[in-house]
Design a binder for this molecule. Structure first.
Ligand code: UDP
Length: 241
């Protein structure tokens, strides 16, 4: 049971940020796309592929290559972000690709490449989990075979409390712990678990419980976003018949 003390934005410790929005099909030119907004954090995911691998010698004859590119745009943060990749974005791209490769049925698309581009439009902590949440919706929107969607959220600690979906202000608390988390609801498999800060085992267990509950809520929003997308497409096909 998480202690209910209000946070600076008025949330209970186990509440997601407001607004928490997921939309599928937000980018016209990509095969699949999604937007995730968690409070002031906004990320767009766009999927291209499966497509030819160039140069050809890089292709894998048994499965698709999943290439993820996480990027913070220059005006996503308070101090202008220097454009281009850095150590952090390369690491985040890699952990996102590793996590997604647990749900995408890559073996269905041998000798191809699937690009997942993740643009952080506005950052207020939790960008990697918002990017992962957007990525699996965008992949589903692109019609790519998947075992399940993959909701992701951070849990952590700030000001002596175990919290869900921390803001940057909370992440900057003196005793802060941040634990980005992703999992596959149908199997219970944890596909991302990182951590900054010092915690005891009991706190880790509480954080994982809280993250799972938050991820379950996000999963429902992911499913709803895809249903809305398909309902809109069905209406459009009625109109153009
Ligand atoms: N941040 C920033 N500039 C940077 C990198 C990060 O201002 O170059 C901020 C941004 O708000 C980000 C937060 O620090 O969301 C936390 O970054 P972290 O590396 O923990 O990743 P995240 O929580 O966004 O996945």
């Amino acid at each position: 049971m998480v202690k209910k003390i209000k946070r600076s934005d008025g949330r209970a410790p186990d509440e997601l940020r407001k607004p928490y929005i997921i939309k599928a099909g937000v980018v016209k030119r990509a095969q699949g796309s999604a937007l995730v907004q968690s409070g002031k954090t906004i990320v767009i995911a766009a999927v291209y592929g499966p497509k030819k691998v160039i140069p050809k010698h890089l292709e894998d004859r048994d499965k698709a290559i999943l290439r993820c590119r996480y990027n913070m745009i220059t005006f996503s943060v308070k101090d202008r972000k220097k454009p281009g990749p850095d150590k952090r974005s390369v690491e985040i791209s890699k952990v996102i690709a590793n996590a997604l490769s647990r749900v995408v049925m890559l073996e269905e698309y041998p000798r191809t490449l699937i690009d997942v581009d993740l643009e952080v439009i506005q950052a207020d902590a939790g960008t990697r989990v918002a990017a992962l949440t957007a990525a699996s919706v965008a992949l589903a929107d692109a019609g790519i075979a998947m075992k399940d969607l993959m909701p992701a959220v951070a849990a952590g600690r700030a000001n002596g409390q175990i919290l869900l979906d921390l803001t940057k202000e909370e992440e900057d608390a003196e005793d802060a712990v941040d634990m980005p988390f992703a999992y596959i609801p149908s199997t219970g498999e944890i596909t991302l678990l990182q951590m900054d800060g010092i915690v005891d085992l009991n706190e880790i267990k509480k954080m994982i419980d809280l993250a799972k509950k938050g991820a379950q809520q996000i999963y429902e929003l992911q499913v709803k976003a895809l249903k809305e997308r398909y309902a809109a497409l069905a209406t459009l096909s009625e109109v153009v018949k």
